[in-house]
Design a protein. Structure first.
Length: 222
């Protein structure tokens, strides 16, 4: 049995319209499917071919407190849950059995129409789900809504005109990054022979080295 990817990573939103504008129209993710009833909505955005980002919207939801990436905090911040995919129903129940044999409390399986899921927590109290897909969406956005949102009727793909166009793109010669708190990993992994540089990174470093070596007014190499 094997987990094959992220089925969905679920967050909470208090404004699904703004969320759709951002994830569909700005970032370009396909609005895949959703359900909505009684003051509650659960929408899915396709991330690549196999993964999804999901959002819950409900009346009690509030914006998450701001915290910058990696910044230390004792505030109980987080997301709703992470769902991982298995390819077969046999694997779904094999994981259920394995978890229960280890003393982990498992809820389910639960039939959600398009997936069967089991639910459990890791040692950090992170809510986890394993899902087996029972249905493929053939015409997104596929919705099961009591009160459909007008924004959904616009379509599954990015809608133009809601965000400004780029007028001042960063030139490739300025593709640089400052060192972060994990900066030493690359040097360490190369030195210890446990990693290798990606070809695109090597090419970029070569471009920048050659560019820095040229003097202003130098004729570009032919």
């Amino acid at each position: 049995m094997k987990l094959t990817g992220v089925n969905h990573l679920a967050f909470i939103t208090n404004d699904l319209t703004k969320t759709i504008r951002f994830w569909r129209d700005l970032l370009g993710l396909r609005l895949e499917a959703g359900i909505g009833h009684e003051g509650y909505r659960h929408y899915f955005f396709k991330l690549g071919e196999a993964n999804q980002i999901a959002f819950f919207e409900y009346e009690e939801a509030a914006p998450m407190a701001y915290k910058f990436h990696g910044e230390r905090t004792d505030t109980p911040l987080g997301f709703d849950h992470l769902s991982m995919t298995v390819d077969t129903v046999d694997e779904l129940f094999a994981f259920k059995d394995r978890l229960e044999a280890a003393g982990v409390k498992v809820h389910g399986a639960v039939d959600h129409g398009i997936i069967w899921s089991i639910y459990f927590f890791d040692p950090n109290n992170i809510p986890l789900e394993i899902s087996w897909e029972t249905l493929a969406v053939t015409n997104p956005p596929a919705m099961d809504e009591v009160e459909p949102m007008a924004i959904v009727a616009e379509g599954a793909g990015p809608q133009p005109g809601h965000w400004p166009e780029v007028t001042d793109p960063t030139p490739r010669s300025e593709f640089t990054a400052h060192g972060g708190n994990a900066f030493t990993m690359r040097e360490t992994f190369i030195r210890e022979g446990i990693g290798e540089l990606k070809p695109d990174f090597v090419a970029l470093m070569k471009e920048q080295t050659l560019g820095a070596a040229r003097k202003p007014g130098d004729k570009a190499a032919e």
